[in-house]
Write a protein that binds this ligand. Structure first.
Ligand SMILES: CC(C)(COP(=O)([O-])OP(=O)([O-])OC[C@H]1O[C@@H](n2cnc3c(N)ncnc32)[C@H](O)[C@@H]1OP(=O)([O-])[O-])[C@@H](O)C(=O)NCCC(=O)NCCSC(=O)C[C@@](C)(O)CC(=O)[O-]
Length: 404
């Protein structure tokens, strides 16, 4: 009789040690530690049509910081005429440096830079001796001195926070259940926050042209000096490859081999990780699998990758689970499902952080993020922006918390 090949259960493939039968709700079924990169304040807000006050952005960042999330994309040093919503990113950065939001653990704040000018503006804003603080300080907030501009000028490397190129980006704090994370307003934890940058390119020529006014090859050449300068200042660099699973101009068939080639080029340049982005939400489970196969086939390790799903076709969670099964441990998401891309018509927001957390926690993953706090933020920011809350899990959690 032919022997059937045993198919490992999800939990087994994710490395959990479950005896006997396991259920998806079992706390013994652990998917390990998963890093969430909250992109709501940048990817989420960049597409809003009405101007968002700086204080609303800062309040969003303060609230997010309290959830236990350790990576937040906070703004973008792009041309304001292209993305006006991000025009006050220097002020956001100044606030984060001058008055870091209280948080249970150090946070890596990330800013998008499309070109060398963007990085130079980022460095100028972070080197400001006296950030222009205009809002009132919260009870737990202490002023942390901004990094000295002298270090970089003398050619020394400026010490960044704990998440740097030399450290494992997937490393998580010991307490990752989220629920019991406590705000620690001590100076040491907050002064060890770090500032990172992200650069971006695309997997199709048409999108590259629309988003950054240059070819893919030109955009990669733009990336090279950005990585070099950032590395010389000991700043962690993340790369993005947009439209990896479908392009608004060239259609759904984007070559996985091309995505893998671009991703490898960014990593070879020195990027610390690359977030592979399904900008249009055209990705499906088989396409995610095929893409990861191409990426791994190109010699790229899962720990150097993040996945960034938009939820336009409602496939983001399924795709994330495929990624999880294949060893990916970093996922981007935005609270309340905020977002869209100004250069991808019809694309909806990123997968909602609340939905992703609910899914990951049900699989036994630890994220360190408090999903209930995140749900409250989703409700709050949606109301502030006058848009619907796009997180199904968020709405369900809120209904459970306050049944009427
Ligand atoms: C890339 C550029 C700058 C090239 O734009 P360009 O027009 O080719 O550049 P340029 O060098 O000719 O400059 C044009 C003007 O912009 C200024 N400029 C130039 N650079 C900067 C800068 N950094 N900061 C401030 N100003 C800048 C520059 O000084 C000049 O000003 P002017 O002389 O006209 O007054 C432009 O196309 C641009 O900013 N595009 C915006 C791209 C963008 O932000 N897209 C959204 C973010 S990416 C994204 O959302 C995808 C992602 C990451 O989430 C993943 C996914 O889901 O796919």
């Amino acid at each position: 009789m032919p022997r059937t090949r045993p198919i490992p259960r999800l939990g087994t493939r994710l490395g959990c040690r479950c005896a006997g039968r396991g259920f998806s709700t079992s706390t013994r079924r652990r998917a390990g530690e998963v890093r969430i990169v909250e992109v709501g304040p940048r990817d989420g807000l960049q597409n809003e049509s009405t101007s968002i006050p700086l204080e609303t952005k800062m309040e969003l960042l303060r609230r997010l910081a309290r959830t236990g999330v350790r990576n937040i994309e906070a703004g973008s040093f792009v041309a304001p005429k292209w993305v006006p919503q991000m025009a006050n990113s220097a002020e956001v950065l100044n606030h984060l440096l001058g008055r870091p939001p209280a948080a249970p653990a150090p946070i890596a704040y990330n800013f998008l830079v499309p070109n060398l000018k963007g990085l130079q503006n980022f460095l100028k804003a972070s080197d400001t001796d006296d950030p222009p603080i205009t809002s009132s300080e919260g009870p737990n907030q202490m002023r942390t001195p901004p990094p000295s501009p002298k270090a970089g000028e003398r050619g020394e490397t400026r010490k960044q926070g704990p998440i740097t190129s030399t450290e494992d980006p997937n490393e998580m704090p010991p307490n990752t259940s989220g629920k019991d994370s406590r705000i620690q307003p001590d100076k040491s934890s907050r002064s060890s926050n770090s500032m990172e940058v992200s650069l971006f390119t695309a997997a199709t020529e048409a999108f590259s042209k629309a988003n950054t006014n240059c070819t893919i090859a030109e955009s990669l050449e733009r990336c090279r000096p950005i990585v070099a300068l950032a590395k010389s200042r000991d700043i962690r660099v993340r790369g993005y490859v947009s439209v990896a699973m479908g392009c608004p101009y060239e259609g759904p068939d984007v070559s996985p081999a091309k995505v893998a080639e671009i991703t490898a080029t960014l990593l070879e340049m020195g990027a610390d990780e690359v977030s592979v982005a399904d900008t249009t939400g055209m990705g499906t489970a088989p396409k995610t699998q095929e893409l990861l196969k191409a990426l791994f086939g190109a010699g790229i390790s899962a720990k150097d990758l993040a996945l960034h799903f938009h939820d336009t076709y409602g496939q983001a969670l399924v795709n994330a689970v495929v990624g999880l099964e294949q060893g990916i441990r970093t996922f981007d998401s935005s609270v309340g499902g905020l977002g869209g891309c100004p250069y991808s018509k019809g694309a909806t927001g990123n997968v909602a952080t609340e939905d992703l957390l609910h899914c990951l926690h049900s699989l036994g993953a630890t994220t360190g993020v408090d999903v209930e706090k995140m749900a409250e933020i989703g409700r709050w920011i949606s109301k502030e922006l006058g848009r619907p809350n796009d997180s199904r899990a968020g709405k369900a959690i809120l209904a459970r918390l306050s049944p009427t």
